[in-house]
Design a binder for this molecule. Structure first.
Ligand SMILES: [Zn+2]
Length: 483
C-alpha cells in the first residue's frame, strides 16, 4: 500500500434428510422481523452481496445434480434476473494487459471497489499500490451499517478486500507480513504495509479498527496475535477489537442466542470453518489406476455424508440471519452486507466433490435467508455471484470410456483426478479435476470461465446479458446512492 497525499483515493478507513428441511429452516432463521417503514418514512435501503468462492456454472451444476437431480434447482436460481460475468485480471508488471485466470483477492477487490487490479492485491491498484475505496467504506461514510460474514478466516482475501488495503493477501498479520516478503514480487511485498514503515498494518489489525458493525467467520489464530506496535500492555488484535466495543462470540450457541445492541465479532474457528459435508470414508477424487494389461481401474462410486467436525459450527445461513438481524433492527437508513461461501473454492482445490456440494448447499441456504428478508423489506438489492471459475467438471461415466474401441489405452481415459458419486436420487455422476494432474500435487487451480450473477430487487431493468465485476460494484453503489 502506497501512501499518497490525494485523500480522495486513499482511505484507511469469503444428507439427504437435510435437503428436505432447507425450506423449513430458512423460514425460521430470521429471528426478528426488521422494522417496517412507518408512514412518511422511506424504507431502509439495503444491499446483500453473496459471493460463492469459485462457484462457476460447472460447480453449481455438479451440486444441483447431486441434490436435486434434473428437475430441482437452488434458491439462487429462482431469482428473477441473471447475467454472465466476465472476470478481468490485470498484470501486476504491466496493468495495461490482462491475465485470463483470476484469484479471490483481485476479483473481490473489483467487486468491492469497482476497479480492476492484479492477482493477490487487496483493494490496491495493480503496480501502483494505491488504495481504492471500497463500497463498504463509502457505505459507512453515509451512515449505513455494514457487515462481513464468511466461512473462511475473516482475514482471508474476500472479506479483507471489502474493508482493508494491502499489497498482497498474504499480509494477514504482522508475523505473516515478515514471512511473506520473501515469497512475493517486489511490488507486492508486505513490508510497506507495516505500521513501522508508515503503512496501515496487517489485514487483521485493519479489520479490528474498521468499525464494521458485524464480523462473523473464522480466524482466532490471526486475531490472537500481538499488535505490531504495542505501546501499552502486550495487547492482541482481539483485545484491540474488543476495545472498539465489539461483543465477542465464539460458539454456535452464542451465535444464535446472544443479543446485543453493540457490534458483533464472531470467530468460530482458528482459521477457516469446518466444511459441512465429506465423502464416505473421506473419499475424494482419485487418479485412475491401470491393471497389468493397461486397462483402467475406475474408482468405485461413493456418496456424501455430514462432516462430524462441523457439528458445533454455526451454519452460514445462521450467521447470515444473525447479521441481518443485527444490521436491520432499529435502522431506518439501511445496510451493506457481504456473505461469502468460501470453501466451495477450497474444496475444489482439494478435489473434494462432496465438500464442494455441501458448501454450495449451505451457501444457497444463506441466500434463502437473504431473499426472505428482501421479501419483507423490498428496498433490498440481493446480488449472488462468484469471484472466479474452478476445476471441477461433470464428465462421462466409466462405461462411456470402457465402451471405446481404445479401452485398453490409458490415453483414452480422463486425465487428472476422477470420482463417481451416487446422487441422492440414486443416479451416478462422474466428476473430474484436471488442472494439476501430478500424482504428487495436492492442489487444483482456478479456471478462467465466466461466472454467473443472480439478482433480485429494485433497479434491475437494464442488466446486459454479459457484464463484469466492475459493473456489479456500480449497480450496488447506485442502489445505495454512493458515488
Ligand atoms: Zn482458490
Amino acid at each position: 500500500m502506497l501512501r499518497i497525499p490525494n485523500a480522495s483515493l486513499v482511505t484507511r478507513c469469503t444428507l439427504a434428510i437435510f435437503v428436505s428441511v432447507i425450506a423449513t429452516l430458512s423460514t425460521t432463521l430470521i429471528h426478528a422481523a426488521p422494522r417496517q417503514a412507518t408512514a412518511g418514512t422511506p424504507p431502509a435501503t439495503n444491499v446483500i452481496l453473496f459471493i460463492g468462492d469459485g462457484m462457476d456454472e460447472h460447480q453449481i451444476t455438479m451440486a444441483r445434480n447431486y441434490l436435486y437431480d434434473s428437475e430441482g434447482m437452488f434458491s439462487m436460481e429462482k431469482m428473477p434476473v441473471r447475467s454472465s460475468v466476465r472476470v478481468k485480471t490485470l498484470r501486476e508488471d504491466n496493468p495495461d494487459h490482462f491475465r485470463y485466470v483470476a484469484d479471490s483477492a483481485n476479483t473481490a477487490s473489483t467487486l468491492a471497489t469497482g476497479f480492476f487490479t492484479s492477482k493477490g492485491r487487496i483493494s490496491t491498484s495493480a503496480h501502483g499500490d494505491v488504495d481504492q475505496k471500497t463500497i463498504l467504506e463509502d457505505a459507512q461514510a453515509q451512515r449505513y451499517r455494514t457487515g462481513l460474514v464468511t466461512t473462511s478466516s475473516l482475514t482471508d482475501a474476500t472479506p479483507a478486500a471489502f474493508a482493508t488495503h494491502a499489497a498482497h493477501r498474504y499480509c494477514q498479520s504482522a508475523s505473516a507480513m515478515h514471512f511473506a516478503n520473501s515469497a512475493l514480487d517486489k511490488t507486492q511485498q508486505c513490508a510497506r504495509d507495516l505500521k513501522k514503515n508508515g503503512g496501515p498494518g496487517s489485514i487483521a489489525e485493519q479489520l479490528a479498527a474498521a468499525d464494521i458493525d458485524v464480523l462473523l467467520g473464522g480466524g482466532t489464530d490471526l486475531f490472537n496475535q500481538r499488535l505490531e506496535v504495542d505501546e501499552s500492555n502486550h495487547s492482541t488484535i482481539l483485545d484491540k477489537a474488543l476495545s472498539h466495543g465489539y461483543q465477542f462470540l465464539s460458539t454456535k450457541e452464542e451465535s444464535q442466542t446472544a443479543h446485543s445492541k453493540t457490534r458483533l465479532l464472531g470467530l468460530f474457528a482458528r482459521t477457516h470453518l469446518p466444511v459441512e459435508w465429506q465423502g464416505e470414508h473421506h473419499r475424494r477424487a482419485e487418479l485412475i489406476k491401470t491393471d497389468n494389461q493397461g486397462k483402467a481401474i475406475f474408482p468405485r462410486p461413493f456418496s456424501c455424508e455430514k462432516n462430524p467436525d462441523h457439528r458445533d459450527t454455526p451454519e452460514l445461513a445462521e450467521m447470515t440471519s444473525r447479521a441481518i438481524q443485527a444490521l436491520s433492527q432499529n435502522n431506518d437508513n439501511g445496510f451493506f452486507l457481504m456473505v461469502e461461501g468460501a470453501s466451495i473454492d477450497k474444496q475444489a482445490h482439494e478435489r473434494n466433490p462432496c465438500g464442494q456440494i455441501g458448501e454450495i448447499q449451505a451457501f444457497d441456504k444463506a441466500v434463502s435467508v437473504g431473499r426472505q428478508f428482501a421479501a419483507q423489506q423490498t428496498n433490498t438489492l440481493i446480488i449472488v455471484t462468484a469471484d472466479h471459475g474452478h476445476a471441477g467438471q461433470v464428465v462421462p461415466l466409466p462405461e462411456s470410456y470402457q465402451a471405446s474401441s481404445n479401452a485398453l489405452k490409458i490415453e483414452s481415459y480422463p486425465t487428472g483426478y476422477y470420482a463417481v458419486l451416487k446422487t441422492l436420487s440414486g443416479e451416478l455422476m462422474a466428476v473430474n479435476y484436471a488442472t494439476n494432474s501430478s500424482p504428487h500435487s495436492q492442489w487444483e487451480t482456478h479456471t478462467g470461465i465466466n461466472v454467473p450473477v443472480f439478482m433480485e430487487g429494485p433497479g434491475l431493468e437494464h442488466i446486459p446479458v454479459l457484464t463484469d465485476q466492475r459493473a456489479i460494484n456500480q449497480l450496488m453503489r447506485r442502489h445505495l446512492k454512493l458515488h
